[in-house]
Design a protein around this ligand. Structure first.
Ligand code: PMP
Length: 375
């Protein structure tokens, strides 16, 4: 029977208790949210929703075409200019998602004969970019500049190292200065995915590369998502003009994808302007994460020390992680649950996201529920 193998796989997943299900969220949920990536609590900020609505009224429900045909509006240009300026780069290009931005940048910067050195903890979208690229990929040990240096060592021809700045599973930060040094020794480019750094790290949320003094460097390219701290949807690649311009011609997920929806661009632009006006929001997400970590640890839970807004709590097994997250939910707390095969190291976790708008009482309640429901 066609697709019969799908039923077999589904049965195996069911028996292992690892079935993923979609749970449509109600507009007004009573759950305390420590699962979303809305780090700064901006997704429903009136200025952000009004930015989206105004953009839709002005430009329409969609961008009407690919960026190189009709899908580039003045709004896209405005967002690209302000995003590049905020993060300290010469130019930016926005995409319909951070995922598409990562596919674009890796494929465009790793031609046939090139080498890509990819951190073992990188996000799926960077991994998929490596799989799609014409260059050869070597996976380097996690957060290890010496491993990158070694991998780059014997290669002739174009090379890039690619890394998340803040790893999405454990929330630990990459050693950016060491990575940049390793790349420079070998004339290689450095591609950094700052999805979890923008809006949280660096001066006023300008991101991890800015904090590490790498903003505006001619050998560094950064990708971001507009869907986390900026509370919208979409992605962007930031870097030197000549590298960004190269994507117009070489990045298939830019060329063949419909341009970012105007509402998404309008939301991100409004959030960016808000962040500029209220820079204290950025530091607050990090503070909440550190407070969560301190309280979780005091409650005897095994949590990874957060470098940004993601806090990872170890669970004993995949099944127990799934049940733990469900029990939290039943007690009114929404948390993420990461377990194999989504995590490559086989270690299951609850994944908490610290939002800048969480109150002290909410942090306390979250830790109490997690402690009371622990397996
Ligand atoms: N990179 C990282 C590190 C991420 O966590 C995510 C989001 N899950 C992405 C890229 C993809 O971004 P988007 O959701 O905008 O496609």
């Amino acid at each position: 029977m066609a697709f019969g193998w799908i039923d077999e796989q589904a049965e195996l997943r069911r028996r292992a208790g690892l079935v993923r299900t979609l749970r449509p969220r109600a507009a007004e949920s009573a759950l305390l949210d420590l699962a979303s990536n809305d780090y700064l609590g901006l997704a429903r900020h009136p200025e952000v929703t009004e930015g989206a609505a105004r953009a839709a009224r002005t430009w329409g429900g969609g961008s009407t075409g690919s960026r190189l045909v009709t899908g580039s509006t003045e709004l896209h240009a405005e967002l690209e200019g302000e995003l590049a300026d905020f993060c300290g780069f010469e130019a930016a290009l926005v995409f319909s998602s951070g995922y598409a931005a990562n596919l674009a940048v890796v494929t465009a910067l790793a031609p046939h004969g090139s080498l890509i050195v990819s951190d073992a903890g990188n996000h799926a979208s960077l991994i998929d970019g490596c799989r799609l690229a014409r260059g050869t990929t070597q996976v380097a040990a996690h957060a290890d500049p010496d491993a990158v240096r070694k991998a780059l060592g014997g290669h002739e021809g174009p090379a890039v190292a690619v890394s998340d700045t803040v790893f999405s599973v454990d929330g630990d930060a990459a050693p950016l200065t060491g990575l940049a040094e390793a790349c420079r020794e070998h004339g290689a480019g450095l591609v950094l995915d700052d999805a979890h750094g923008l809006g949280v790290l660096g001066d006023g949320g300008r991101g991890a590369p800015h904090a590490a003094g790498l903003a505006g460097a001619d050998d560094v390219v950064v990708t971001v998502t507009l869907s986390k701290s900026l509370g919208g949807q979409g992605g962007a690649v930031l870097g030197p003009s000549r590298v960004i311009g190269h994507q117009d011609n070489a990045a298939r997920t830019f060329i063949f994808d419909t341009g970012l929806a105007p509402a998404a661009a309008g939301a991100a632009l409004a959030a960016l302007r808000l962040l500029r006006r209220e820079p204290a929001r950025a530091a607050r997400a990090g503070e909440v994460a550190r407070e969560l970590h301190t309280r979780l640890t005091a409650a005897g839970l095994e949590a990874v020390r957060p470098d940004a807004a993601v806090v990872s709590v170890r669970a004993p097994s995949p099944e127990q992680a799934v049940r733990w997250a469900a029990d939290c939910r039943a007690a009114g707390l929404s948390v993420g649950c990461f377990r194999p095969p989504s995590v490559p190291d086989g270690v299951s976790r609850l994944r908490l996201t610290a939002r800048a708008d969480l109150s002290g009482a909410e942090i306390e309640r979250a830790v109490q529920v997690i402690g009371e429901t622990r397996p």
